[in-house]
Ligand binder design. Structure first.
Ligand SMILES: *[C@@H]1O[C@H](CO)[C@@H](O)[C@H](O)[C@H]1NC(C)=O
Ligand SMILES: *[C@@H]1O[C@H](CO)[C@@H](O)[C@H](O)[C@H]1NC(C)=O
Ligand SMILES: *[C@@H]1O[C@H](CO)[C@@H](O)[C@H](O)[C@H]1NC(C)=O
Ligand SMILES: *[C@@H]1O[C@H](CO)[C@@H](O)[C@H](O)[C@H]1NC(C)=O
Ligand SMILES: *[C@@H]1O[C@H](CO)[C@@H](O)[C@H](O)[C@H]1NC(C)=O
Ligand SMILES: *[C@@H]1O[C@H](CO)[C@@H](O)[C@H](O)[C@H]1NC(C)=O
Ligand SMILES: *[C@@H]1O[C@H](CO)[C@@H](O)[C@H](O)[C@H]1NC(C)=O
Ligand SMILES: *[C@@H]1O[C@H](CO)[C@@H](O)[C@H](O)[C@H]1NC(C)=O
Ligand SMILES: *[C@@H]1O[C@H](CO)[C@@H](O)[C@H](O)[C@H]1NC(C)=O
Ligand SMILES: *[C@@H]1O[C@H](CO)[C@@H](O)[C@H](O)[C@H]1NC(C)=O
Ligand SMILES: *[C@@H]1O[C@H](CO)[C@@H](O)[C@H](O)[C@H]1NC(C)=O
Length: 863
């Protein structure tokens, strides 16, 4: 045993300890699984069956076809620990997690979903969280949002589970007042669960009707976790979000801004000093040689300059490819001149290929001549155009422009390449163009396809391009076609955004030849809009009810319309009242009387909703949110929401991709790009029509809304809860061009007299043991929601104190009323009123009856 070093011994002890603890917890039967990302089909959940610890996250999402029956009997009792986070999103039909994960004890939150370790979002049918074994969320907070049926939230004390409850975000779930939230024992009038105080509210804590919230940890379990932490490698990533700080600076003085003095631009920094200048009161010399992202930086800094009072000199500015960054320069006054002669001076700019795109730019030189020498890539035609447009042609002298040293290394006589076919899909463009061969065909290295997003039809070839590698275009290389092939060269541009206009051009790529000038070719810039596709869902729906038959809805348009939104579909499903309401006896002591409230929006809510629409509507330069913290929070919130939008969005694209591939290889011919203008001419009207569909059980109202983001749904039942789907469509008839639904729920207002008992209260004297009076009345035929209980007030004529009894729904159903056991004979009066989910109805009229003493007497006799 001596050979056992101390270290080895320690390892052995550790190993034994591990094994023991693992055996004790039943881990030996389990497995450690990697992150689980479970979607689409309930059967995919089976991959969890052997997992005891998920070393990573657990995401269950996007099961649109699931029904509540699919989850029956489905349980993963082995699962104890998730080391990152748990996320649930749009799993339809799932009503509780209590059966699914009965033993999930710890969520460690090593890596979080944003700041959250547990996220439950838009789970439409979830009624309770039910993770009754969950004892500890070690890091991160809880976010439970937009689950319209979710109750048992007020009965949870998160501080028993996690340390920083103030970061929890639990909103837009079922209205707490509408939740029955009956903890175990309550229905029997007992208190079985631990009671704690939150916000001054003392009550029992439970996960559901059957499970109390406990904080009793199995003592053997937590050491295990600590061991695991050492035993397994935990790689921790930095949060994957790259949050950009929103920079915002006020306008520097009134526009225009005149900048004094001579300016030399030799670096990005010196250009930045001129940001915002519109007039240069002196001369400007540009001699920038290098830097990063020069074209974009120069445009941002110098793009506002309109007038240069002196001269413009560009010398040895090797970084420049084009002068288009001087986007607004329209006048050079020439009040001072370079070498007393020149207002425009260009010397030895090796990469300068373009001055401006003269079809879009105008420049006047009021005084002085122009100088061009040793600009080897700048074609003479460019310079001649400048002479003509600026009006210097007449002033210039013979040697001002050197014909031999300008454009000597460029292929200046470009032929026009014509596109022969342009076909478009929602995410790709297929191009073909004329084949082109230079005089020596070996000089053709291939073609370059240049493309970029172009919201406006004003891009030019050299925008954003510099000689240091920056280019605002995406460039694809295309090999020359085989010499023998008669087919036109072509290219398929992939991964484009739907419904987005792209600028596209093609140019030849030629080998530089020392012996002879090579003439290339390029196309004009064309603009092509990709096809529309499914939009993303409408945003921020709000609902309110202003009458017993109407619901007012408002929402905001989707962030990615991916087309022109033609209409919205609003589908209103009637919701049945909670079945628990029929089950419990609310006359029992200690039962909270359930109530429901109609959905109502006060003007404050509405203002809040309005505000989120345009965060920068304050006018002026830009209104900064107050602190850096706030900005970061806001950015994070945006990123958080976008993640879910993307989840939904990806569903759209996954289903698109499963279409037949034929369309890529063999697209249908498309005539011309003008075709697309017809897309935008789709009419919008502000009409709407309504179709009423009757499912066998649920009644639903479907309405199409054209040309606005709001609607009023009428002819609804009073005091009824509706679940409303709002869908955005960008095609009038194709259902494949409608978004995923956004959900909101609402309850209509109560009907005023609906809870009044119809007809009179009747009575029947029953001469039985014990003798009693059967008081009967009719049920309100169409109450607000449902009748929970009746109150019967009776009084012996002559007495002052009335007696009251509570008659629950269940006991009313037994007799159609209630039994009154009256010991004293005499005249009695009785009145009744019903209590519905909306509150109390009116009292009935008073009914009198006479309780004969005979019955009392016979009873007395027997005794
Ligand atoms: C779970 O374990 C059982 C028995 O070892 C095995 O048959 C089954 O394939 C496992 N399931 C998964 C999803 O690994
Ligand atoms: C889920 O998968 C099962 C078995 O693979 C299949 O029978 C069922 O149709 C699927 N359900 C959905 C909604 O795709
Ligand atoms: C898990 O939960 C079930 C049911 O709640 C229970 O019977 C079982 O003992 C628990 N533990 C394990 C390791 O499965
Ligand atoms: C959760 O567990 C961690 C470590 O085991 C502990 O520091 C933390 O206080 C626990 N939180 C709660 C609320 O019990
Ligand atoms: C600008 O440069 C010109 C000569 O190029 C010189 O005459 C003039 O004084 C300079 N102006 C200033 C403000 O330095
Ligand atoms: C360019 O500007 C000059 C002077 O402002 C004007 O005379 C000329 O017509 C303009 N040319 C074009 C094409 O707009
Ligand atoms: C492109 O079309 C123009 C006129 O439409 C024509 O002059 C030119 O030769 C064509 N170019 C090629 C390469 O076919
Ligand atoms: C194109 O036009 C739009 C709107 O007129 C303008 O905002 C944008 O800066 C222009 N872009 C270019 C490259 O000229
Ligand atoms: C692209 O849009 C056009 C015009 O709407 C349509 O005719 C064509 O069928 C669309 N192509 C595809 C693949 O959807
Ligand atoms: C409810 O609001 C809608 C829309 O604002 C209005 O047309 C309707 O008359 C209102 N109903 C009542 C009862 O106020
Ligand atoms: C919200 O905005 C709409 C339209 O901009 C306006 O008509 C309405 O009065 C605003 N509501 C509030 C409460 O500011």
């Amino acid at each position: 045993m001596r050979w056992l070093t101390l270290k080895l011994r320690a390892q052995l002890v550790f190993f034994i300890l591990c094994t023991c603890v693992i055996c004790q917890c039943g881990l030996i039967n389990g497995e450690i699984c990697q992150s689980k990302n479970i979607r689409n089909n309930v059967t995919n959940l089976r991959s969890l069956e052997n997992c005891t610890i998920i070393e990573g996250h657990l995401k269950i999402l996007l099961m649109f076809g699931a029904k509540s029956g699919d989850f029956q009997g489905l349980s993963f009792p082995k699962l104890r620990v998730v080391t990152d986070y748990v996320l649930l999103f749009r799993v339809y039909g799932l009503e509780t997690l209590s059966d699914l994960f009965p033993n999930l004890t710890v969520i460690r939150g090593n890596n979080l979903f944003f700041n959250y370790a547990l996220v439950i979002y838009e789970m439409l049918q979830l009624k309770e969280v039910g993770l009754h074994s969950l004892m500890n969320i070690t890091r991160g907070a809880v976010r439970i949002e937009k689950n319209p049926d979710l109750c048992y939230l007020a009965t949870l004390d998160w501080s028993m589970i996690l340390d920083s409850v103030e970061d929890n975000f639990i909103v837009a779930n079922k209205n707490e007042r509408e939740c029955g939230d009956v903890c175990p024992g309550t229905a029997q009038g007992q208190t079985l669960c631990t009671q704690t105080t939150i916000n001054g509210h003392f009550r029992g804590r439970c996960w559901s009707q059957t499970y109390c919230q406990t904080s009793k940890c199995q003592s053997s379990f937590f050491p295990l976790l600590h061991l695991l932490c050492h035993y397994f490698r935990y790689v921790s990533f930095e949060p994957f979000l790259c949050l950009f700080r929103l920079t915002c600076e006020p306008c520097a003085g009134p526009c225009p801004k005149a900048c004094q003095g001579n300016k030399t631009i030799d670096s990005v920094t010196s250009a930045q000093a001129l940001r915002g200048c519109t007039v240069i009161e002196g001369n400007m010399v540009i001699k920038i040689r290098g830097g990063t992202n020069i074209a974009a930086e120069l445009e941002a800094s110098l793009g506002q300059i309109e007038v240069i009072k002196g001269y413009l000199s560009i010398r040895r500015a090797y970084a420049l490819v084009s002068l288009s960054f001087l986007r607004k320069l329209h006048t050079i006054k020439g009040e001072q001149l370079e070498a007393d002669s020149y207002a425009f001076y260009a010397l030895d700019n090796q990469n300068l290929r373009q001055l401006w795109d003269w079809s879009k730019h105008n420049l006047t030189i009021e005084r002085g001549r122009t100088f061009f020498h040793f600009n080897s890539k700048l074609c003479m035609s460019e310079i001649r155009k400048l002479e003509k447009i600026t009006g210097t042609k007449e002033r210039n002298q013979k040697n001002d422009i050197a014909a031999r040293t300008n454009g000597d290394q460029a292929s200046c006589e470009m032929q026009l390449l014509n596109f022969t076919s342009v076909k478009v899909r929602y995410n790709m463009i297929i191009l073909k163009w004329n084949s082109f061969w230079p005089s020596d065909y070996r000089d053709l290295l291939g073609f370059m396809v240049l493309y970029k997003e172009a919201p406006f039809k004003n891009v030019t070839e050299f925008d954003g391009q510099d000689a240091c590698g920056s280019n605002s275009w995406v460039i694809a290389d295309v090999d020359p076609p085989p010499r023998t092939n008669q087919e036109d060269p072509g290219y398929l541009i992939r991964s484009l955004k739907p419904w987005t206009q792209y600028a596209i051009m093609v140019r030849t790529q030629l080998s530089a030849s020392d012996e002879h000038q090579v003439h290339g070719a390029k196309s004009d810039i064309i603009y092509v809009r990709t096809n529309a596709s499914k939009p993303s869902g409408p945003l921020d729906p709000i609902s309110s009810s202003n009458s017993s038959s109407q619901i007012i809805l408002k929402w905001k348009p989707p962030t990615s319309p991916n087309g022109k939104i033609t209409h919205y579909r609003v589908i209103c499903h009637k919701q049945e009242e909670d079945s628990d309401l029929y089950k419990f006896d609310y006359c029992l002591q200690g039962m909270k009387l359930p109530s429901r409230t109609p959905t109502h929006l006060d003007s404050e809510d509405e203002q809040k909703w309005n505000r989120t629409e345009e965060p920068n509507s304050g006018g002026g330069c830009c209104t900064c949110p107050k602190t850096k913290m706030e900005i970061e929070k806001q950015q994070k919130e945006i990123a958080y929401r976008k993640t879910f939008e993307d989840y939904l969005h990806n569903v759209v694209f996954e289903s698109k991709q499963s279409r037949p591939r034929r369309s890529v290889e063999n697209p249908e011919p498309i005539g011309s790009t003008h075709f697309y203008s017809t897309m935008s001419s789709l009419q919008t009207t502000t009409a709407s029509y309504k179709e009423e569909e009757k499912d066998d059980k649920v009644s639903k109202v479907v309405e199409n809304v054209f040309g606005r983001e709001s609607t009023v749904i009428s002819n609804l039942q009073h005091f009824t809860s509706y679940k409303i789907e709002i869908i955005a469509c960008n095609h009038l008839t194709d259902p494949g061009r409608c978004s995923m639904a956004t959900y909101v729920s609402a309850r209509t207002m109560p009907e005023l007299k609906a809870d009044d008992i119809p007809g009179p209260v009747t009575h029947e004297i029953v001469n039985e043991e014990p003798p009693h009076v059967l008081v009967k009345w009719h049920e309100p035929p169409s109450p607000n929601g449902l009748i929970i209980l009746y109150e019967v007030f009776y009084r012996k004529v002559g007495d002052t104190e009335p007696h009251s009894i509570c008659v629950s729904r269940l006991s009313y159903e037994k007799f159609g009323g209630t039994k009154l056991t009256l010991l004293q004979p005499g005249n009695y009066s009785v009145i009744v009123r019903a209590t519905s989910l909306a509150g109390n109805g009116s009292f009935t009229g008073t009914t009198y009856f006479f309780m004969p003493s005979l019955i009392y007497g016979s009873l007395f006799f027997i005794m």
